[in-house]
Design a protein around this ligand. Structure first.
Ligand SMILES: Cc1ncc(COP(=O)(O)O)c(C=O)c1O
Length: 384
């Protein structure tokens, strides 16, 4: 058998297990409306939590940067330099997150890969929540530090692992802020206190908290009255801010260190200026219209309450991410297909993105959902 025969067989097996993935073309119509498979639908599957992806100011800022600086960054920022828009974006992001300095990466995934590896190495231990995002798990593995996994949000287990990690040079607790597939929130006050007790640092991935948590959407570190702050806060422009890219915020010295250590920054082309313009526009809108965050939480509450009344079990969490755990892969896919027949696009999330036997519909809410979108969602779920 040649290599493609092997792959063909593997894809067949994925089909048999209900795990085959397919890309879908979605033609966006503005707001949360779209057309897919020739069907009008409302999107309940994006991370566009604040509806900023097509906000006129965001588009205007992107267009201005595009026309002024061209389509691409032309090389690694360390080689060709960067535009004033890149610099401004990092300054504004650091201010927004209440941090000393910031470095923007082409994606959040790349930001995580770089920053964790820069903080710990072979002599250290990295403590990861079992349900951390794949990029954090990959980053922790790549760092070569001893990887200690603790049970999801289980502080007793974290404590045990911190005790185990005592013999290492450094201990780094790495956690999602708002868990992307479960929608629950890390109790960061308790985690930072515990880490402090064991002389460990905390790295928090605020990809889904940025624009969502805390006053004005400043994120997880503003949501809790922290006594001890995470050493580094990672975030993305790609979710609530509707654009693309990841960022690392932290002490100025660490940001400077990243210029020497972050392979996913050094050996790749910088973010396109237009994308930086869009992210700047989104941060500006967020500051001028903080009510978008309130609207998001109102919509999330309305939907969570409404689905519970309809008999759906929405496990933990209070924010915009709602998992409806189905279990079986095929059944989850069928439910998602039925929802689409009713004009609602919610995607089936299956292993390995989530643990085996926990396939789910991952519903995500936006401030841009209208009352009629929400009514349509309830009607679709009523018919399921
Ligand atoms: C928690 C978390 N961290 C990091 C990332 C990666 O961000 P990006 O999509 O910008 O690469 C994601 C995106 O899926 C995420 O959910």
């Amino acid at each position: 058998m040649n290599w493609l025969d092997d792959i063909h067989e593997e894809l067949h097996e994925l089909d048999d297990q209900g795990l085959r993935r397919r890309l879908r073309t979605v033609d966006l119509l503005g707001g949360m409306r779209a057309v897919t498979d020739h069907k009008d639908c409302v999107l309940f599957c994006t991370n566009n939590y604040l509806g900023l992806a097509d906000h006129p100011k965001v588009l205007e800022r992107a267009q201005k940067a595009l026309l002024r600086y061209g389509a691409g960054a032309q090389a690694s920022r360390l080689v060709s330099g960067h535009t004033p828009v890149h610099m401004q974006l990092e300054e504004i992001t650091a201010l927004f997150k209440g941090q000393e300095a910031c470095l923007a990466f082409p994606t959040g995934y790349m930001a995580n890969l770089a920053a964790v590896s820069a903080m710990v190495g072979e002599e250290d231990a990295v403590l990861c929540d079992r349900l951390n995002h794949a990029s954090l798990i990959d980053a922790s593995r790549q760092s070569r530090a001893k990887l200690l996994i603790y049970e999801h949000l289980n502080l007793d287990d974290l404590k045990k692992q911190l005790e185990r990690a005592g013999k290492y040079r450094r201990r780094l607790v790495v956690t999602d802020a708002l868990f992307s597939m479960d929608g629950d929130l890390v109790p960061l006050l308790k985690v930072t206190n515990l880490a402090h007790e064991y002389d460990a640092e905390v790295y928090v991935d605020d990809a889904h908290g940025t624009g969502v948590l805390g006053p004005g959407g400043q994120g997880i570190t503003h949501h809790f009255p922290l006594k001890h702050f995470p050493a580094v806060v990672m975030g993305t422009y790609s979710k609530a801010l509707g654009s693309l890219g990841g960022f690392i915020c932290g002490p100025k010295m660490f940001i400077e260190y990243l210029l020497h250590k972050a392979r996913t920054f050094i050996y790749t082309t910088g973010l396109p200026p237009a994308v930086c313009g869009a992210s700047l526009g989104a941060l500006e809108v967020l500051q001028q219209e903080p009510q978008r965050v309130e609207k998001l939480w109102d919509n999330a509450k309305k939907i969570r309450d409404g689905l519970r009344v309809l008999g759906y079990d929405i496990p933990r969490g209070a924010g915009p991410i709602m998992p409806i755990i189905v279990g079986e892969n095929e059944e989850t896919v069928k439910m998602s297909e039925k929802l689409l027949e009713e004009g609602i696009l919610v995607v089936a999330i299956r292993p390995p993105t989530v643990p085996k036997g926990t396939a789910r519909l991952r519903l995500s809410v936006s401030a841009a959902h209208t009352d009629s979108d929400i009514e349509k969602l309830f009607n679709a779920f009523k018919k399921l």
